[in-house]
Design a protein around this ligand. Sequence first.
Ligand code: MG
Length: 313
Amino acid sequence: MSEIIIHDERFSRLIIGHAKLERLWTGGRWLEGPAYFPAGRYLVWSDIPNNRLMRFDETDGSVSVFREPSQNANGNTADRQGRLIACEHLTRRVTRTEFDGTVRVLADRFEGKRLNSPNDVVEKSDGSIWFSDPSYGIDGDYEGERAESEIGGSYVYRLDPSTGRVEAMIRDRVQPNGLAFSPDESILYVVDTGASHVPGLPVTIHAYPVETGGSLGAPSLFATCPDGFYDGFRVDVLGNIWTSAGRSVHCLAPDGTLIGEIRIGEIVGNLCFGGQKHNRLYICAQTSLYAYFINTRAAALFGPPQAAASRHG
Ligand code: MG
């Protein structure tokens, strides 16, 4: 069975016919949150139930434990200075690992109440950090520690790391999860996995227009997952969305059409771009880390094109 499914000719131009899906490592319980660090050519990701961050060295293929305990970290990203930003379930906070190795808390509360369990995180070119805060890390003891939500809702927040200010930007999702900006940062895409708590609710990606000044406009439905769950995703330079979708990676064109799939065979949690040309997908799927070279690149590992950055001031 082919691991590549082409639904639309647009996908043919994005893949390499003889590329092979590689399983780089296995032995985790539930992998999430891959983040690529170009200067060091390594990938950090979460093994949430095992309470550890792992590290894959692209220069020799070795894998080691990067941090243990990880506070059941879930989503990770590298900021524009190459520092690790991590969403920690157990401690219900977003942290940054500084240049000297210390772990600094960037956010753990909203309006005086503890966050639920930060899940996924991206940095915008203006330095703001955007993260989702569903309840998965406090729903039970497997991926965190059972607790009641103090906030009473699951929101997407904008964090200003220079002031520590945390602002709720999205309050109309049930369980906001993966998130990413379009290449010019005019759209914020957000996954809603509320079906885990509300039977029958579709698993969706919604598109929120980013208005001048940084606020968000009314969302529109961008895509509905045909099988299983969307979770984490990233956007390539052409605006295509590469997302986890059940046991596959789905590629959605900028108009929301499902144009192709990569069948992984395990439940996919999240993915990111890496490699020296930013053309290698690193895929966290259930127990294993996979990689797959594609014929497109990350929108940008550290920000949008210059024109877009200046347009948004
Ligand atoms: Mg997630």
